[in-house]
Design a binder for this molecule. Structure first.
Ligand SMILES: [Zn+2]
Length: 80
């Protein structure tokens, strides 16, 4: 069993080729959410009271972005 590079406890289920990391499902999801939050903050993509539209193609990237924005992005505006 290959253990997760981050937590070192759970079995890795995803290999990130560009970094060599091997991640369990929980750490993979948390790493993606972290990347989304830091990218939004770094580029100052949103301001308070902004309305956000997400173009969803149905692929993993746009569906993941929509999910994170709708459920996990604390401090970001919610759809109304
Ligand atoms: Zn892990």
């Amino acid at each position: 069993m290959v253990k997760c590079t981050i937590c070192g406890v759970k079995e890795a289920s995803y290999a990130r080729l560009y970094s060599g990391e091997k991640l369990c499902t929980k750490c993979f999801i948390e790493s993606i959410e972290y990347k989304v939050r830091t990218t939004i903050a770094k580029h100052k993509m949103f301001e308070f009271n902004d309305r956000i539209a997400v173009a969803v193609s149905g692929g993993k990237d746009s569906v993941s972005l929509l999910h994170i924005l709708a459920t996990r992005a604390e401090g970001l505006p919610r759809a109304s």
